[in-house]
Design a protein around this ligand. Structure first.
Ligand SMILES: [Fe+2]
Ligand SMILES: [Fe+2]
Length: 163
């Protein structure tokens, strides 16, 4: 669980880095994304610490998520500001599902990890709602874009679990 979660939070920081590299620095979308990116840093730091504490090795696919995350962020931001938000909307929808499934699976087994996951899940839901409120669904080609990113996110989760 920790391995896949750390991979996901790492990917999130790379996506936002890619978007912030492309978006004009003081457009409203960039300000929103910068705020969310800071929260992803907090999530990532916490999972990094837990992994070190519990001697969990990170996913061997980290170099791939480094590049793929940045590319996804940059590509969506190049499409439009709203497409960048649609990316957040899509990713956070999948992450919400992923964290919910983990919490069900955990039950009372690991209260420490469970607390972090539900704390972070609340942040991810906030990110999704903030992106929607800022117009994510008005992005050109939203249904297809969203479906494609969600599918990619599911593949990334599956791969990070295995490798
Ligand atoms: Fe996160
Ligand atoms: Fe997030």
């Amino acid at each position: 669980m920790l391995r896949v979660d750390q991979a996901g939070e790492y990917g999130a920081t790379r996506i936002y880095a890619g978007q912030l590299a492309v978006l004009p620095r003081n457009c409203p979308e960039a300000k929103l994304i910068a705020r969310m990116a800071a929260q992803e840093e907090r999530h990532l730091k916490r999972f990094n610490a837990l992994m070190a504490e519990r001697r969990v090795r990170p996913t061997s696919l980290q170099p791939l998520w480094n590049v793929a995350g940045f590319a996804l962020g940059a590509a969506t931001a190049l499409m439009s500001e709203k497409a960048a938000l649609a990316c957040t909307d899509a990713i956070e929808s999948e992450i919400d599902k992923h964290y919910s499934e983990q919490l069900t699976e955990l039950g009372d087994d690991d209260p420490e990890l469970g607390r972090d996951i539900s704390d972070f899940r609340a942040d991810e839901l906030e990110h999704r709602d903030a992106a929607r409120n800022a117009g994510a669904t008005t992005a050109l080609g939203y249904p297809l874009l969203s479906a494609a990113i969600r599918a990619g996110c599911r593949v990334a989760i599956g791969l990070s679990k295995r490798f």
